[in-house]
Design a protein around this ligand. Sequence first.
Ligand code: ATP
Ligand code: MG
Length: 335
Amino acid sequence: MKKTILTGIRPTGPLHLGHLFGAVGNWVKLQKDYETFIEIADVQALTDNFNDPEKVHDNVLGIAKDLLSIGIDPNEVHLFIQSTIPEIAELTVYYSNLVTMARLYRNPTVKTEIAQKKALFGNDGESVTYGFVGYPVSQAADITAFEADLVPVGEDQLPLIEQTKEIIRKFNHIYGETLKEPEHLLSETPRIKGLDGNEKMGKSLGNALYLVDDDETITKKIQNAMTDPDKIHKDDPANPEKCMVYYYHKLVNKKNLEIVCEECQKGHRGCVNCKRELILHMQEFLEPIRKKRAYYDNHPEEVEAILKEGNKVAKQKAETVMKQVKEHMKIDYIK
Ligand code: ATP
Ligand code: MG
């Protein structure tokens, strides 16, 4: 029997390079060897976008199309929408008794994200909601609802998986062995930096290069990307490791990476030319993805059918786990 993968993505914007190289590329590689559930986490997206339901709604289909365009195979994967599985919400309620507020506030990912969302949660996070602080609990529900063995994610997710394991251990300790403890899996590049040099490219950080960006947008974004701040003149030697343009060359330039590095170090390469070259590599890299995306844009009914089927299979699986949880928690009264 195949082992199970559960992983997810928030419908808060289109797929970007960070997703692709940080996590989603692994999903494509593993999909044949695992029973794979990929969740479009709309409920989680609402925790910090509750005041913008259109945004979450409008990104669900787009994210599904993006995933299919980069090689997620609907014959291998159950692609589903979180809110169609009420069992996840139900599990979240039961698990919320097993975690303290102090522990949630200490979660490094939650902490960082509250600090990044000042406009929503206030300067010191004084307006943070119960739902947002509690989203790691709903993530534990996501993972356990599908009895996941493996959760392939980007590095920012590790504290959340750790928290899931704690909830699982506590549950099993109190109610008896019920829930399966998963392993995480990181890619070779588990944290892709943003165009601005920020440690993380993120949809909510405004520093992402999206797979659906058109040529004009890509050109503008790359032209404004951060380069070595100590390089003032075209022929100054520079440090490519301080340059986001070289950083993205490393991801998509399969042709002359060593030359780019060497010329940059020796001052034989101006940033304008280097960016121009990166734009060409990026266009070449995105070409097949764009073709597939255009196909799904013209066949939205196929995408909807894939999601409908995914929702169905995911619901069946979650119902089985829910039944076991209720039995162990002694909340199955009348048979
Ligand atoms: P948001 O800002 O709304 O949280 P996001 O860009 O962080 O969006 P998610 O939907 O939260 O994207 O993440 C989906 C998956 O992609 C997760 O496994 C996450 O770890 C991974 N991921 C996201 N951004 C990066 C990145 N810059 N580098 C590596 N992995 C990433
Ligand atoms: Mg995120």
